[in-house]
Design a protein around this ligand. Structure first.
Ligand code: ACO
Length: 332
């Protein structure tokens, strides 16, 4: 490819101050720190507090990414927020709230809905605009507030999720690098494996549906586990083939942080050491669209990603959806 390349020039993150430990959850449902740690690797997660929402967290993460890149708000061409938990059920979009909060006066704005795969779907989308040369500066944010859709009487789901936001500023760069290949996929026939039944156009919220708890997340955990350890792994292999590299060439795999066991099994299935996967799920739980940018941020802070590194992004989630991308890291 001879045109401009996408380069991540700034990263940002926001997690709420409120830490919820496994022990605290054990006071609400019949669970234990031992069960949660051994099945998921999660030790604690953050829950949004009063006054916090997906948009406020997204704006805070976006602000840090802009600052790190040294880019002024008026220089941003587009803002994309990947989320399943928008501030409003219909409109305005969360990205419009972020556009206003950050003073992105020239930016177009829209939300992207691909659940936990949303950040990688957004990354691939943003890169298409950069590579055609039509846009030069895109703020991509993954943000979710799943704590507000959890049924705290259902121990099979409420222990898994947390809130947060992660952002990447993607700019046009003359040097080769950035996105080398990608695979996007979906299987809507498996939609019921992870869903919130009511509150949309199919089943608008009523007092009856509310009383039935149809506003909460429900999940077929075993099916999601089976899916998560197989389909996204195959997609990552396909992405490496499209990039003309192998899984062994990847310096780090930055995957959706659903569950440490899923990532350990994925490492086993791929034939790479477990530490090839970056894991920070113990600190945040599953933050859905925020989890990959939060992992990327922490991996950079910890010095796990050096300029020239070959990264594999591996997203998977509700829909069901999956998204893999191979990325040559140029340095911030
Ligand atoms: N605490 C204590 N016991 C529990 C809990 C809990 N929080 N949750 C379930 N159990 C019990 C079950 O009730 C069951 O008890 P029973 O045998 O008496 O019926 C027992 O533990 C075993 O249940 P399983 O569902 O078989 O447990 P499993 O080992 O499969 O682990 C888990 C459950 C962790 C949810 C697993 O299926 C999983 O990781 N699935 C993937 C789901 C996931 O990560 N989803 C995130 C959203 S999707 C995404 O991001 C892609």
């Amino acid at each position: 490819m001879n045109g401009p390349s996408p380069r991540i020039t700034g990263l940002g993150r926001y997690v709420p101050a409120r830490i919820v430990t496994n022990d605290e959850l054990s006071t609400m449902v019949d669970t234990s720190d031992e069960w949660i740690r051994s099945r998921t690797g999660i030790a604690e997660r953050r829950f949004a507090g009063e006054g916090e929402s997906t948009a406020t967290m997204a704006a805070a993460a976006g602000s840090e990414a802009l600052e790190q890149a040294g880019v002024k708000p008026e220089d941003v061409d587009l803002v994309i927020v990947a989320t399943s938990t928008p501030d409003f059920p219909l409109f305005p979009s969360t990205s419009c709230l972020v556009q206003s909060a950050l003073g992105l006066s020239r930016a177009g704005a829209w939300d992207l809905s691909a659940a936990c795969s949303g950040f990688v779907y957004g990354l691939v989308t943003a890169c298409q605009f950069i590579e055609t040369g039509s846009q030069r500066c895109i703020l991509l944010i993954g943000a979710d507030t799943l704590s507000r859709s959890l049924d705290f009487s259902d121990r099979t789901t409420c222990v898994l999720f947390g809130d947060g936001a992660g952002a990447a500023l993607i700019q046009s760069d003359p040097e080769a690098g950035g996105l080398l290949s990608f695979v996007l996929g979906a299987d809507g026939s498996r939609a019921a494996d992870l869903e919130v039944v009511a509150g949309g156009s199919r089943s608008p919220m009523t007092a009856e549906r509310l009383a039935l708890g149809q506003n909460w997340i429900t999940m077929n955990g075993r099916e999601v586990y089976r899916f998560s350890t197989t389909v996204p792994v195959t997609a990552l292999v396909q992405a490496t083939e499209r990039a003309g590299v192998t899984i062994q060439d990847l310096d780090l795999i930055v995957a959706h942080q659903a569950n440490a066991r899923i990532l350990q099994t994925a490492a086993h299935n791929l034939g790479v050491p477990e530490d090839r996967f970056y894991i920070n799920v113990e600190r945040y739980g599953n933050t859905s669209a925020a989890s990959i940018p939060l992992a990327l941020y922490d991996a950079c802070v910890e010095g796990r990603i050096k300029p020239g590194a070959l990264l594999g992004f591996m997203g998977f989630g509700a829909g069901l959806t999956w998204a893999s991308a191979i990325w040559r890291w140029q340095g911030l």
